[in-house]
Design a binder for this molecule. Structure first.
Ligand code: MV4
Length: 451
């Protein structure tokens, strides 16, 4: 097992990784920017190294600074968490060069899955269902229109380097193809420095359902069932639940089988997520693979009892996986508490938390780095806490979430708590009747200010 792990991240996930390392008897090294010097990950790690100024590009994304910090502290491994360098193939390969274990898959596997068109092509070859569309990148507008006429409009143009909904264009008619093509390429080049596009049939009102997988270094692959992440706003997930209210035993078995088939085919190692689009007829299609631990991993932990962070570290250290796949027991919901103002278009709301009360009680988990007096910096992601509840049934989980949200008091900044309270009261949500388009028609004017 590793003696010492450097955590190349901040906030909740850095703290969660430090907690699990302590329980495993592994020493920890925190890295931090000057904006985070009063953070809990800095306080609770065994050692801490300042790696730069507040700007992410000069600190948490600075590969030389992080490698230097790992070298001077004699760290054996680096946990990248999520975001930042977690899916950066260059970083993974430099770690390999320096003999520092990157806790995640190899640089080669990261690069294959990071290029969406290549990832889709690999999955198609593996026999995993994919959305009808181009084989690899689109060569020209003419080829695109020809293919779109064949599979039927509307179609989506997607940036192969895409992420966060950037570089995606919906095309309804051959007439507008050229214009959308130009727009998508321009956007893709600006955001990702890569203007490669691929084409897909547009799946209307899909659900976003993802399968959690775990693979060891010896080819053993298991699944931990699904999460439903359909409740998103502008491609930002706000709520995740396990199991999906749309799931059937038959569909779960089929999706999990395909997910395992796909990751086995590419020789994957570590924890990972196979994302699928699921249409109203319960047809499902591979969309993307995430090669990192995800924000929403605690929802899976809550219904499987599996310790995902611990297992991720064990696998990276070469330990074989000797656990079977797990089906969910009970129901878990995770909501993201962001420092954003849901009364004003979710605009960022950084600043000092003047008063704080965290919810507790049966079936309630908080994953957070905040405390009373904490200054939420404006430089990073707005998420300040994850609130996870578990209950025997979905109805019970919604009641518990509502209760926990009512107990949750954050003063000094605005948060997404009022949104989540309104969502728990929404009849369509309660019925499990939602798709990725749900929030496009949600009535945000019904939100109530905290008392
Ligand atoms: C799609 C789709 C419908 N059909 N692909 C949006 C971001 C990117 N990760 C993939 N996305 C979509 N791809 C086909 N062929 C609908 C979306 C989509 C979406 C997907 C998951 C979660 C939220 C979404 C919101 C809008 C559109």
């Amino acid at each position: 097992m590793f003696q010492k792990i450097l955590i190349a991240n901040r906030g909740e996930i850095a703290l969660s990784i430090i907690r699990v390392c302590k329980e495993m008897g592994i020493k920890t090294v925190a890295v931090y920017s000057t904006a985070d010097r009063d953070s809990l990950h800095v306080r609770f790690a065994d050692e801490a190294v300042c790696i730069g100024p507040p700007s992410s590009s000069l600190s948490y994304l600075s590969i030389p600074s992080i490698i230097a910090a790992a070298e001077v502290t004699n760290s054996n491994a680096i946990h990248p968490g999520y975001g930042f360098l977690s899916e950066n193939e260059k970083f993974a390969s430099i770690c390999e060069e320096y003999g520092i274990k990157f806790i995640g898959p190899s640089a080669t596997v990261i690069s294959k899955m990071g290029d969406k068109s290549t990832a889709k092509e690999s999955m198609r070859r593996a026999g995993v269902p994919t959305v009808p569309g181009s084989d690899g990148l689109l060569e020209s507008v003419e080829a695109g229109i020809h293919l779109a006429n064949e599979i039927g409009f509307p179609v989506l143009l997607k940036a192969t380097a895409g992420g966060g909904g950037k570089g995606i264009k919906l095309v309804y008619t051959p007439d507008e193809f050229q214009q959308k093509w130009t727009e998508a390429r321009k956007e893709a080049l600006a955001f990702f420095g890569n203007d490669g596009l691929y084409l897909e049939k547009y799946i209307e009102e899909p659900r976003h359902i993802e399968i959690q997988i775990v693979a060891d270094q010896y080819g053993k692959v298991i699944h931990l069932s699904e999460r439903d992440c359909s409740i998103q706003r502008r491609h930002q997930k706000l709520v995740e639940e396990a199991p999906s209210p749309f799931m059937t035993d038959e569909l779960r078995q089929k999706m999990a089988e395909e997910a395992i088939k796909g990751v086995t085919f590419i020789g994957y190692e570590g924890v990972g997520t196979m994302e699928f689009l699921v249409d109203k007829h319960r047809n499902f299609y591979f969309m993307e693979m995430n090669t990192r631990i995800q924000v929403e991993y605690p929802a899976t932990e809550a219904v499987t009892g599996f310790n995902l962070l611990r297992t991720q570290i064990e696998i990276a250290a070469g330990r074989p996986l000797n656990l079977p796949s797990v089906y969910p027991q009970g129901h878990a919901i995770e909501v993201r508490i962001n420092a954003e103002d849901p009364f004003n278009n979710f605009r960022p709301s950084p600043g000092k938390i003047t008063h704080l009360h965290l919810p507790g009680g049966r079936g309630v988990t908080i994953a957070s780095h905040i405390y009373a007096g904490y200054m939420v910096p404006s430089n990073y992601d707005a998420m300040i806490a994850k609130l996870i509840v578990r209950a025997g049934t979905r109805v019970g989980a919604i009641a518990r979430m509502k209760r926990a949200l009512e107990e949750f008091i954050v003063e000094g900044i605005q948060t997404t708590i009022p949104f989540h309270l309104a969502l728990m009261d929404n009849e369509q949500f309660q019925q499990g009747n939602f798709t990725t388009q749900f929030l496009e028609t949600f009535d945000f004017s019904q939100l109530k200010y905290p008392e």
